[in-house]
Write a protein that binds this ligand. Sequence first.
Ligand code: AMP
Ligand code: ZN
Length: 113
Amino acid sequence: MSESCLFCKIVRKEIPASIVLENEHVVAFRDIDPKAPTHVLVVPREHIATLNDVTDAAMVGHLMLAAAEIARAEGIAESGYRSVVNCGADGGQTVFHVHVHVLGGRTLNWPPG
Ligand code: AMP
Ligand code: ZN
């Protein structure tokens, strides 16, 4: 847990978020600045800064299974969606609490910018 981390504050419910799923391992909430009709962020309850700092293979599983569960709940599992982890400066990471973006509800471009 990190006192000042934005996503730790959301996990602790110290700041509001539109939570769509939570379990023992992860919390998922809508992105405040959505880039697609569905844009949800899945974060581990524990503070892990970046993908480089993940050591627990099971945690990756919890994050990705939650992403797929959210896609089903949002009705985009069949039409398709993207699950993305931005890592570090060149990866475009701006919040240093690791998170999986779940994006869908429109055709997504590839490659990303
Ligand atoms: P990244 O750039 O991969 O680190 O993604 C961080 C994401 O967090 C961005 O898409 C932001 O729009 C989103 N974000 C920032 N602050 C909040 C917040 N308070 N609630 C929900 N999403 C947020
Ligand atoms: Zn954190």
